[in-house]
Design a protein around this ligand. Structure first.
Ligand code: EUG
Ligand code: FE2
Length: 510
């Protein structure tokens, strides 16, 4: 190391960017902090000409060193990545959502907001401001992007410029202060199905369900209460039913929150719980709650109505608290320890839950569909809310001798849920793979026949690739690799939007 750099290493970082010494902020996960535009990205291979649209993705990226060293990666500022693909070329853009937090902290040039979902840890002057980081999911509805964080309302954005328009409450029709990061858009009706939890304030059991028609007109609003307070990250919907998912990541008592405790803590005495509610003409007394044992639920694959009148929900099931950074209840809040899983069971597998609206026994036991250690399920969107045959999962390569760095995903599987078989591409060791987006090969293509888009963080090169796979030959690996000239961080969820649904051709202005 040259003399200049020996000196540099003795110079302290300015406090506003002196990030904690934690895996959430180091090495390949060091904050990026930039906005970007790359016209005509470097591409290897051939991007199929039929692909015409934009892939949007949400990435938490702390702009400022957090006020608390034990802050979690899911409290980073939301940046939206957009990859516009047309005629075999790709243009890239990344912009931060202009949340209130973004704007206030930019003016202050430092962090002002406190811990994840704990406004009692915010600087007193922003305690009543919108807490959203808009960092979890980005969906497309009513010709705009909605950047989502489950503790707040959506932020609406322009899909071409990625400019933030502002907080969106469906023209006053949405009356909960919280909005899930996993609303569902029914591909057959264009309706938006959504909910907010802790909907009457921190640690309340209130949940508000809403249905909007494709023009954004409210069709349903129904308020219910859950058996306990817990993280309700994802949901599910069929033609006839809504499924609420309540996990044992329990909300801590309000007085602990006020003392600065993390919002959630793993409660090994609480069961993973499901509630079903009629999708139409929903009444609070209609909700019916089912429960399993103590287990972790991340995301829903799909749900559908059976001919037997039962509601079927398919999902990965995990036997340990994947969110180990939310400690067991009752323990010191700085401790990070996982709940125990039963010995020899897989960490996760893909299962089917069955809820009988007429059941008297409210205990449910899932049936295994596919034995893979995967999460971030995606089905062909044309089959959402309907019976289906295939699910894509981000997973840990079952044949790799070493786990991928950081316990993240390094393979993508196309799973047949009818016979439990799967085909997959493994990207190797020193990389992190993400949730996929699916693009049908052509509008009437068979289910799951088409292309997958995912982001690959190359820890070997500290750069990021966007890969395109052909689902007809998963094992072959990418047919095209879009090479970005910089590194992105772990992202959460994203959406593919066909060009014919987008408002214009203004993605890249000359
Ligand atoms: C897999 C991710 C799950 C998740 C749950 C709650 C959050 O606030 C969040 O923010 C990025 C992510
Ligand atoms: Fe999620």
């Amino acid at each position: 190391m040259g003399a200049a750099y020996r000196v540099a290493s003795e110079l302290a970082l300015q406090p506003e960017v002196d990030y904690p010494n934690s895996p959430f902020f180091l090495g390949p996960e060091a904050p990026c902090r930039f906005e970007a535009e790359v016209f005509n990205c470097v591409v290897r291979g051939e991007i199929p000409k039929q692909i015409d649209g934009t892939y949007y993705r949400c990435m938490p990226d702390h702009l400022w060193a957090p006020l608390y060293d034990d802050d979690v990666f899911i409290n980073g500022d939301g940046a939206i990545d957009a990859v516009r693909i047309k005629d075999g070329h790709a243009d890239f853009k990344q912009k931060f959502v202009r949340t209130e937090r973004f704007t206030i902290e930019r003016a202050a040039r430092r962090a002002v907001f406190g811990k994840y979902r704990n406004r009692y840890t915010d600087d007193i002057r922003v305690k009543h401001k919108i807490h959203s980081t808009a960092n979890t999911h980005v969906i497309y509805f009513e010709k705009q992007l909605l950047a989502l964080k489950e503790d707040s309302l959506p932020y609406a954005m322009n899909p071409d410029t990625l400019e933030t328009k502002g907080v969106y409450d469906f023209h006053g029709q949405y009356t909960s202060p919280t909005f899930t990061a996993h609303p569902k858009i029914d591909p057959h009706t264009g309706e938006l199905i959504t909910m907010g939890y802790e909907a009457k304030g921190d640690m309340t059991t209130d949940v508000a369900y809403f249905l909007f028609d494709k023009t954004g007109k409210k069709l349903e609003e129904c308020w219910i209460n859950t058996p306990y307070v817990g993280m309700m990250h994802d949901m599910a919907a069929t033609d006839k039913w809504i499924v609420f998912i309540l996990t044992p990541l329990a909300g801590v008592p309000l007085d602990l929150l006020k003392q600065g405790h993390k919002h959630f803590a793993w409660d090994e005495n609480k069961p993973l719980t499901f509630g079903i509610l009629p999708r139409r003409d929903a009444k609070p007394q209609d909700v019916k709650w089912f429960h399993y044992k103590n287990a972790f639920y991340g995301h829903s694959g799909n749900a559908f109505d059976g001919e037997d009148g039962c509601v079927y929900l398919d999902s990965p099931l995990t036997y340990m608290n994947k969110f180990w950074f939310f400690p067991p209840i009752g323990e010191d809040m700085h401790r990070a320890k996982s709940a125990q899983r039963p010995m020899r069971d897989p960490v996760s597998h893909y299962v089917r839950w069955k809820f009988d609206p007429n059941a008297t026994d409210l205990y449910v036991e899932p049936e295994e569909l596919v034995n893979v250690n995967g999460e971030m399920p995606k089905v062909d969107p044309r089959y959402e809310t309907k019976p289906y045959n295939f699910v894509f999962l981000a997973m840990t390569d079952p044949e790799a001798e070493e786990a991928p760095a950081g316990g993240i995903y390094n393979a993508i599987a196309k799973c047949n849920i009818n016979d439990g078989t799967y085909e997959y591409w493994s990207a190797g060791i020193n990389i992190a793979l993400h949730e996929v987006a699916f693009v049908p090969r052509f509008p009437e293509a068979p289910e799951a026949d088409g292309y997958l888009i995912s982001v690959v963080n190359r820890h070997d090169k500290l750069l990021t690739d966007i890969v395109i796979l052909d689902t007809a030959d998963m094992a072959k690996g990418p047919v095209a690799i879009i090479e970005l000239p910089f590194r992105l961080r772990n992202g959460i969820h994203g959406s593919w939007v066909d060009q014919e649904d987008l408002p214009g051709e203004d993605f890249v202005k000359p």
